[in-house]
Ligand binder design. Structure first.
Ligand SMILES: [Zn+2]
Length: 854
């Protein structure tokens, strides 16, 4: 492992060269592709003699400098660099090289997804395509010609506008694309295939007409309607909210099945995991529909936050991701329910980012070093990054925030910049001093805020103390500056004080005078800061009933349930007050999607995060006991709610219908805990009669988790219906891999041999192997078989697709917190992985951090 090296932010150096323009020709064949790369390069730093281009697995055919073919003494290729010696101040370089997209299982650079040629170049895939200065601060104008066999690849796409079609080559044809906007190589894209397409158009606010196309596998065109609608909604929203307009004549989206990530914002040619494009009510759940809307928006918004203004280096990733996630969250909140959106965002943050932040792989949203950049596409950089932007938005206020983003776009358009540049614009336009706020970019770990309250002489006093965890290397970290929204209510629920407190010191005391009676505190309203709040006393049932802030209402219901589950873990009883408060939630008249969230019990992950030493068996048992207790007490009421909103023939995806499905499926899941014959019959009916995938997967999941007898016919039926639809089959594998019944590991192992399963398709690996690794019960089985299976898979998949493998390594992040028995068996497996010959640097980096051997 001696060649594995870390890269540091402090070592950043300005580019020595610039590439004015790039002209690429791709000659695509079944066994190989020939790439001709012509670049106009000039020196920025006159003192340098040689140029080193990034290149992985280079198979060089020809190399020309200023129309002279270079002899082998003029260049060398080693350590993934093609170095050309003694180059002039300005020169043209022509490189012809051969690549093998058909054999590319890493899915980085140019590869084949089924019969489609496509690319994924962020962060460092382009160096697998052709030698280049592959860093985001090298921005260039690209002209691209794609040539391929006409019958197999009638559709040939690249970035920008289509400028020429070449039909002269007999069975082969070509298309030339020109992108006038300078861009880094990570935004380069190419697609060739026999694809179906859905067209539409959009007129921008300044009256420019844009052609919109969504490409997919032939026959799937009707499933692109929702994606197209979402695209147009995104374009309108960005004009209204941020004054940002689209800037090319054409916007293309292509859906492919084999894709490492969710989607990629390549300039004018987004490439999407088909999971985030294709949907209809028979094959996609309501969650899928919402996901499509959010991801289409996210990639579209990158056109300004990412593409027009890009990152100087990869340490700045959160500059484009944190900001763009915040933008897509705001978009979804505006188009759907604000309350539900905020709770869903916070849930996602806590499930993934809080866990990461408490683990050995914790890092600031702007990391200081990396071994494999692929490992830093994390929930910290994305979701915590978005929370940081949200806090800036709160500190500035809407009006100043808009002024500040306007200034950011105006000042840095066409440049590759840093998070400091962003903060400069935020501060400059608003006059708000953000110097103390910068720590959010440089520290890791989730701050804990301890709350103390007192009331004396009509003065209510609030003492807040910040507890800041040490960094991963043990070094001390400083207190943060952040906005904390609070309110004080009287015993009737009337708000007496509502404020955004600015917290900056380790301890702060706030006093509120003129209050004739003691008040009840509602804290971190709207989750105004990504912190953990620890209160001495809490009025959960009061807040569940009276708080007008939907987030605090939800939070109180969650925290109260956590307290009850923990009591059960310690052998104590469930409070009647909690049971009554839960009964109140069943009756409360609020938005149905929000109500479904209020009735949800805390996740295993939430409970696990609160334990010093984790024992999943204990957590599961306690949660199950509470679930059964509530379901049996309120069976009739829950059943009544279910019946009221169960409309099996309604396939609409409007907010009202989705809300009805959310609440009645929450009810069915609660009742599912009872193992009651009547409920199981209702569940079977829902599976059989409902026309939506949302209803079908919930019923399937409940039956799968009940008994083999009930599961077997549903498994068979679902398989028969959907075996030709890979996207739906992902749900099938995921439900079976998440099953809490005995024997899940053995069934998962057998499913690997199913004809639909394919280890080279990331979605399928995520659904079967990835979901199993998050099935705490089976994965953490004390016999160690779950660990050993996942370790085998990591070692095997690492050879196919290193990015997939290092993603799976994340399942072991909890290592340090496990109880003695689990920790012992886990250690053995971790050591087995890290001692594997030719382990990728991706997997090495994660496992070394977990074992603290780096
Ligand atoms: Zn993004």
């Amino acid at each position: 492992m001696s060649e594995i090296q870390a890269i540091y932010l402090k070592d950043y150096k300005k580019p020595e060269y610039e590439i004015k323009d790039v002209n690429l020709i791709f000659d695509l064949h079944e066994e190989y592709a020939l790439v001709t790369n012509r670049m106009s390069i000039s020196k920025i730093d006159e003192s340098v003699a040689n140029i080193s281009l990034d290149s992985i697995d280079l198979e060089l055919v020809e190399l020309w400098l200023n129309n002279l073919k270079l002899k082998e003494t003029r260049y060398h290729y080693k350590n993934e660099k093609l170095t050309i010696l003694n180059v002039p101040t300005a020169f043209s370089l022509k490189i012809v090289n051969k690549i093998y997209p058909q054999n590319n299982t890493e899915l980085e650079g140019l590869y084949k997804s089924g019969t489609i040629f496509c690319t994924q170049n962020e962060p460092e895939g382009f160096r697998r395509v052709t030698p280049y200065l592959d860093r985001p601060d090298i921005m260039s104008v690209f002209t691209t010609t794609v040539i391929a066999e006409k019958s197999k690849y009638p559709v040939l796409l690249s970035n920008g506008n289509k400028i020429q079609c070449h039909d002269s080559f007999d069975e082969r044809h070509g298309v030339t694309w020109f992108d006038p906007h300078p861009k880094p190589a990570y935004l380069f894209a190419l697609v060739a295939g026999d694809l179906g397409v859905v067209n539409d158009e959009f007129t921008t606010m300044s009256g420019e007409r844009v052609e919109l196309n969504i490409y997919c596998d032939l026959g799937n065109e009707s499933k692109c309607t929702h994606a197209m609608k979402s695209l147009k909604e995104s374009m309108t929203w960005d004009e209204e909210k941020y004054g940002r307009e689209y800037d090319l004549e054409i916007y293309n989206i292509v859906a492919v099945d084999s894709f490492n990530m969710g989607a990629m914002e390549n300039k004018g040619l987004n490439i999407f995991n088909s999971h985030y494009v294709l949907a209809d009510e028979d094959t996609a759940t309501d969650t899928n529909f919402m996901g499509i809307q959010a991801v289409i928006a996210h990639e579209y918004f990158h056109n300004w936050t990412g593409n027009r203004i890009t990152c100087r280096d990869w340490f700045q990733l959160t500059l484009k991701e944190g900001l763009t996630v915040f933008r897509d969250q705001s978009f979804s909140a505006d188009l759907n329910s604000k309350d539900v959106q905020r709770i869903d965002d916070v849930k996602a943050l806590r499930e993934r980012q809080f866990v990461e932040d408490a683990s050995p792989t914790a890092h600031p949203i702007q990391p200081e070093s990396y071994i494999s950049m692929n490992n830093f596409y994390t929930s910290t950089v994305y979701e915590k990054g978005a929370e940081v932007i949200r806090m800036i938005n709160t500190l500035l206020g809407e009006e100043n925030y808009r002024k500040a983003t306007d200034l950011y776009f105006k000042t840095f358009d066409g440049q590759a910049v840093t998070t400091d540049d962003f903060l400069w614009a935020m501060s400059k336009a608003s006059g708000v001093d953000l110097s103390a706020f910068e720590l959010w970019y440089h520290q890791s770990g989730t701050p804990k805020i301890h709350v103390k309250e007192s009331y004396e002489n009509k003065i209510y006093s609030l003492t807040l103390t910040q507890e800041i965890p040490n960094a991963v290397d043990g070094s001390k970290q400083k207190p943060y500056f952040f906005p904390l929204k609070i309110s004080l209510m009287n015993s009737c629920g009337t708000i007496k004080v509502e404020k955004t407190l600015l917290i900056s010191k380790e301890e702060e005391i706030f006093e509120f005078t003129g209050l004739s009676k003691n008040c009840i505190l509602s804290i971190n309203r709207d989750f105004s800061a990504p912190i953990i709040v620890e209160q001495e006393k809490t009025e959960y049932s009061f807040l569940m009933k009276h708080d007008d802030n939907s987030f605090v209402k939800y939070e109180s219901a969650q925290s109260y349930a956590v307290e009850m589950i923990e009591s059960l873990m310690h052998g104590e009883e469930i409070d009647q007050e909690y049971v009554d408060a839960f009964g109140y939630l069943l009756e409360v008249d609020v938005d149905l999607s929000f109500k479904a969230l209020l009735l949800e019990l805390p996740s295993i992950s939430t409970l696990m995060q609160r334990q010093e030493i984790v024992d999943f068996e204990l957590i599961y048992k306690a949660k199950e006991t509470l679930q059964k207790h509530l379901a049996s007490i309120y069976k009739e009421k829950i059943l009544e709610l279910y019946r009221k909103y169960h409309k099996p023939l309604n396939v609409s995806i409007d907010a009202k219908s989705m809300g009805q499905r959310a609440i009645k499926n929450r009810c069915l899941r609660m009742l599912g805990a009872l193992d009651d014959a009547e409920i199981l019959r209702i569940t079977q009916e829902q599976y059989r009669d409902s026309l939506t995938m949302t209803d079908r997967v919930v019923a399937f999941d409940i039956l799968e988790n009940t008994s083999e007898e009930l599961s077997t016919p549903v498994v068979a039926d679902f398989y028969k219906r959907y075996k030709n639809d890979t996207l739906v089959m992902n749900k099938y594998f995921a439900i079976l891999a998440a099953s809490q019944r005995e024997g899940t590991l053995e069934r998962v192992q057998a499913l690997q041999n199913d004809e639909v399963y394919n280890e080279k398709v990331p979605n399928l690996v995520r659904s079967l192997i990835g979901v199993f690794a998050r099935n705490y019960k089976s994965f953490h089985a004390k016999n160690g078989k779950g660990y050993s299976f996942i370790a085998d898979k990591i070692i095997e998949i690492d050879q196919i697709n290193a990015q997939m493998a290092s993603g799976l390594c994340g399942a072991f992040k909890i290592y340090e917190k496990m109880n003695k028995i689990n920790k012992g068996v886990m250690k053995r497996e971790l050591e087995r992985i890290i001692s594997t010959q030719s382990l990728s640097k991706n997997s090495y980096e994660i496992i070394a951090k977990i074992l603290k051997t780096h």
